[in-house]
Design a binder for this molecule. Structure first.
Ligand code: BEZ
Length: 228
C-alpha cells in the first residue's frame, strides 16, 4: 500500500494569473486609439516605450497625469521614448477628453491613448487588479526597451497621481545602465556620479572608467557618469 498523501487543493489557481515580470517580452497588440489603429511593436519601432494605464477618461487625476506627460513630450522624444496611454473607454470619449486636457492643462496631447474597450490589452498587461476595481485599470506603467523586453513596472492606486519627472529619471538610469557596467545610487539624477557594478573587479574598473574610481569600500565604488 502507498502511504496516503493529503489531496492538494489547486482551485485557487483559477483566480490567479501570471503577471508580467521584468525581462519578459512585452505583449504585442493591435488596438484602436485616439490617433487611429495602432500596432504596438510597429508604433515603437526601435524606440523605447512607456505604456501607462488610467482608470477612466474624464477623471481629475488622470487629466493632470496626461497633461504632465504632454508637457514633457520633448523630454521623452530626446530620450527616444514613445509614450502610449490607455484606458478602457472608447475613441470618441478619448478625443473629447483630449480637448479638455489640452484646454485645462495648456498642452497639446500628441501621443496616442489606446481605447481598450474589450480590456484585452489591460488583461495582457495585468492592469486590472480585481481587489482594487473589477472593471477599471489601476495606474500601471511599463517601460519597454528597444528589444521589446519589460525594463520597469510601477503600479499606483487610482487615488495617487504619478510623478513623470521620476519616470524620466528612471529612463535615464535604464538607458545608462544598459550601455555601461554601472548602477545608479539612491536619488541619482542624470549627471551625478554612478556606482561601478560589483561584477567589475577594481583593477578592471580603473581601466574601464578612465575618469577615475572612488573606492569608498571594496563593494562601494563611484565613478563620474561615463557618457557625460
Ligand atoms: C482620477 O483619475 O482622478 C481618479 C480615478 C479614480 C479614482 C480616483 C481618482
Amino acid at each position: 500500500m502507498f502511504p496516503l498523501t493529503p489531496k492538494r487543493d489547486w482551485s485557487y489557481l483559477k483566480y490567479s494569473k501570471m503577471s508580467l515580470r521584468l525581462g519578459d517580452i512585452a505583449p504585442d497588440f493591435t488596438a484602436k486609439s485616439s490617433i487611429g489603429e495602432i500596432n504596438f511593436y510597429t508604433y515603437l519601432g526601435d524606440s523605447w516605450g512607456v505604456l501607462f494605464s488610467h482608470p477612466a477618461d474624464f477623471t481629475p487625476v488622470c487629466t493632470t497625469e496626461l497633461g504632465r506627460t504632454a508637457a514633457l513630450q520633448e523630454e521623452f522624444a530626446k530620450r527616444n521614448v514613445k509614450v502610449l496611454a490607455l484606458s478602457v473607454d472608447g475613441v470618441d470619449s478619448h478625443n473629447k477628453w483630449i480637448s479638455d486636457i489640452n484646454e485645462t492643462q495648456h498642452v497639446h496631447v500628441g501621443f496616442p491613448i489606446i481605447a481598450d474597450e474589450d480590456r484585452s490589452v489591460a488583461n495582457a498587461y495585468d492592469m486590472i487588479h480585481p481587489n482594487a476595481s473589477e472593471t477599471f485599470t489601476v495606474r500601471s506603467l511599463f517601460i519597454i526597451g528597444p528589444d521589446k523586453k519589460v525594463k520597469l513596472i510601477i503600479t499606483y492606486p487610482a487615488s495617487t497621481g504619478r510623478n513623470f519627472v521620476e519616470v524620466l529619471r528612471v529612463i535615464d538610469s535604464l538607458q545608462l545602465t544598459a550601455n555601461y557596467s554601472v548602477a545608479t545610487p539612491a536619488n541619482w539624477v542624470n549627471g551625478e556620479d554612478v556606482i561601478v557594478v560589483p561584477a567589475v573587479k577594481t583593477e578592471d574598473a580603473l581601466v574601464k572608467f578612465p575618469k577615475g574610481v572612488n573606492i569608498v569600500k571594496p563593494y562601494l565604488r563611484y565613478t563620474p557618469q561615463p557618457n557625460k
